[in-house]
Design a protein around this ligand. Sequence first.
Ligand code: EPS
Length: 352
Amino acid sequence: MSDLRFMTAGESHGSTLTAILEGIPAGVKINLDSINNDLFRRQQGYGRGGRMKIESDKVEIVSGVRFGETIGSPITLLVKNRDWENWQKKMSVFGEPFGDKVTAVRPGHADLVGVIKYDRNDARDILERSSARETTMRVAIGGICKEFLRACNIEISSRVENYEKLKKKIDEAKSKGDTVGGIFEVTIKGVPIGLGSHIQWDQKLDAKIAMAMMSIQAIKGVEIGAGFKCADLFGSQVHDEIFYNDSTKKIYRKTNRAGGIEGGMSNGEDIIVRAVMKPIPTLMTPLKTIDLATKQQVSASKERSDTCAVEAAAVVGEAMMAFVIAQAMINKFGGDSLNDILEFLKVYNSRQ
Ligand code: EPS
């Protein structure tokens, strides 16, 4: 099998968040501390709300790893929600409904559409799953993928744009009961040439990247390299000229406006992806909405939430990119054992 896939499960205030990752080759060393460190990073950031004071996310691995190494079987990951203690009755798996229903659906959230689509009369049935709390498991999955990529000398990092300016905006928003979004950038170094393919629409690496990034809660736009700036530039200002170094015998570029991708394939330069997150739709000074039970005009419901979660989203962006690149590596270089992949990679790299 040469594919990598994952699925997450769990409600924001349920007992446990779960994920299964299948297709990581055997022989990858797993360091729980570095995965937990990413979980910790996801919980940080200026503008985070009260929930993060309750949780201290730690992952437990219950299958697919033996004596610290992957064995090729599906990896099951769990993170316990500490807040579950306070929600046991409201989120009980069986028994009678308990607590007020959420009916003042929030503009911008999944509440309204979800209630109609799934035929629920309590938006809690929707918001519990649409919450960005789900990204905890994506970060845990990404942590495993990063371990595999590290073994292949591929490293991922991220940064939030205009951070100092953003902090001021967060302070202003908080004082007004409002929220703010922002932009983050993910960089992947060490990606071999030729991940993805120009042959078919759904094999293009940039298409997979865009889907993975857009799947993160509240993301409204994704760009690769020069991205939307391309609209204002001439071709001569966009494309990265190609050179050859006689002494190192290597092809190289002086610029990377392509963001590491040409023709739907990695070109060996750093992959650079940026994403914009909209402001979180839970406002402490709520917007106007309809109460679904009475159809009266009311203020949208207020849940404890964050003023800004762009720093957290950047960590989730790293995780999603780790998954996409790991999947593309496994598609290209085969998947059963890490040693086989590293051997193939050595032969492949020597022909450039
Ligand atoms: C989040 C946990 C949530 C929110 C946030 C993200 O916890 P709670 O709802 O208990 O405060 O802080 O979720 C949202 C912004 C949202 O719109 O649902 C997390 O772990 O990232």
